[in-house]
Design a protein around this ligand. Structure first.
Ligand SMILES: NC(=O)c1ccc[n+]([C@@H]2O[C@H](COP(=O)([O-])OP(=O)(O)OC[C@H]3O[C@@H](n4cnc5c(N)ncnc54)[C@H](OP(=O)(O)O)[C@@H]3O)[C@@H](O)[C@H]2O)c1
Length: 268
C-alpha cells in the first residue's frame, strides 16, 4: 500500500486497524500520519507504541501535514467530531469514517472537499476478528475501493452495504457483543445458583458457546437442527426452553436489535 495515510484519532480502534498492516509489512509506519488530542496520548504512543509512526497533537505545529495524505481514517469519538476542521486542497482525496451512527450526509457536510466513506466495525477487530460494513459515498473509484478494503481486511471480514442497512448491521454486530456478554453473565449466574464457583461457571458457559458456534460453523447444522438434536422428549432442555419462551426471550432479543438500530438512526 503506497499512499500516505492520515489517522485522525489514533485510539483503540484505529490501532486495531492499522497495527496488523504494519505487522504484515503491508504499510510502512513512515507513511502513516496520526493525530491525537492530548499531550498525554502523544507521549504514551511515542513511548509505548511498537512502531515509529509520525504522530502529532491536534492543532500543534506541523500537524496540518495530515491533510496532505490521500486517505484519512477518521476515528475520533462521535462527540469529538465537532473539533475536527477540514483543511483540504485536493478534492479527489478520501475520508473514511468509523464513527458510530454518523451518516454519509453529515460527513459530506463536514468534509465537503473529500469523497466520504462510512464504515461500521465492531470491538472484536481488536483481536483481528472484526466485522466491517462499508457504505461508499459518491464517485469512489474501483481502485480507491480496493485500497479501503485492504485497510480493513487484515483485522476483519468485510461486507458492502447500501447506507440504509448500516444501522441494522451496527446493531447486530456492534451491540451484539454486549448482548452476548450479558447472556454469558446470566447463564453463569444460573450455574452459580446451582452451586458452581463463579469463575468455573463463567469458563463453562464461555467454552460451551465457543463449542456450539464451532459446531454450527463446521457441520453447517441449522440452528433448528442443533436445537432438536439436544432436546429430547420430556427432558431437561425442553424444560429450560419452555421457561425462555414463557418469558419471551426470543421477542426480547428481536426488540433489542431493532431498538439499537433505531437509536443509531437518531444520531444521524
Ligand atoms: N469502541 C468500540 O467498540 C467501537 C467499535 C467500532 C467503532 N467504534 C468507533 O470508533 C471510533 C473511535 O473509538 P475508540 O474506541 O478507538 O476511541 P478512543 O480510543 O477514545 O480514540 C479516540 C482518539 O481520538 C483522539 N482525538 C480526540 N479528539 C481529537 C481531535 N480533536 N483531533 C485529533 N484526535 C482527537 C483521541 O486522542 P486523546 O487520546 O488524546 O484524547 C484518541 O486518540 C468511535 O467513533 C466509535 O464510534 C468504536
Amino acid at each position: 500500500m503506497t499512499s500516505k495515510i492520515a489517522v485522525i484519532g489514533f485510539g483503540n480502534i484505529a490501532k486495531a486497524i492499522i497495527t496488523p498492516l504494519f505487522d504484515k509489512k503491508l504499510l510502512n509506519p513512515k507513511d502513516v500520519y496520526c493525530l491525537v488530542n492530548t499531550k498525554k496520548s502523544l507521549e504514551n504512543i511515542r513511548k509505548n507504541y511498537k512502531y515509529d509512526i509520525n504522530i502529532f497533537q491536534a492543532n500543534s505545529k506541523g500537524s496540518a501535514i495530515i491533510w496532505d495524505c490521500k486517505v484519512k481514517l477518521l476515528s475520533v469519538k462521535p462527540q469529538q467530531l465537532k473539533n475536527i476542521i477540514e483543511l483540504e486542497k485536493n478534492k479527489n482525496n478520501l475520508l473514511v469514517s468509523i464513527l458510530a451512527g454518523v451518516s454519509l450526509e453529515k460527513l459530506i457536510k463536514k468534509f465537503p472537499n473529500h469523497k466520504c466513506v462510512r464504515v461500521v466495525t465492531n470491538i472484536p477487530i481488536t483481536i483481528g476478528k472484526g466485522l466491517t460494513g462499508i457504505s461508499w459515498g459518491d464517485e469512489i473509484t474501483e481502485d480507491q475501493k480496493q485500497f479501503i478494503k485492504r485497510l480493513f481486511e487484515n483485522s476483519s471480514r468485510i461486507y458492502e452495504f447500501p447506507e440504509d442497512l448500516l444501522d441494522i448491521f451496527l446493531s447486530v454486530t456492534s451491540s451484539g457483543p454486549a448482548i452476548i456478554a450479558l447472556i454469558i453473565e446470566a447463564l453463569s449466574d444460573g450455574g452459580l445458583s446451582g452451586g458452581l464457583q463463579k469463575k468455573l461457571s463463567e469458563e463453562l458457559v464461555t467454552e460451551m458457546i465457543l463449542g456450539t458456534v464451532s459446531l454450527i460453523k463446521e457441520t453447517n447444522l441449522t440452528t433448528a437442527e442443533l436445537k432438536n438434536m439436544v432436546t429430547s422428549p420430556g427432558g431437561t432442555t425442553i424444560s429450560a426452553l419452555r421457561v425462555l419462551e414463557n418469558r419471551s426471550l426470543r421477542s426480547a432479543l428481536i426488540e433489542a436489535v431493532v431498538s439499537a438500530s433505531n437509536r443509531s438512526k437518531e444520531f444521524h
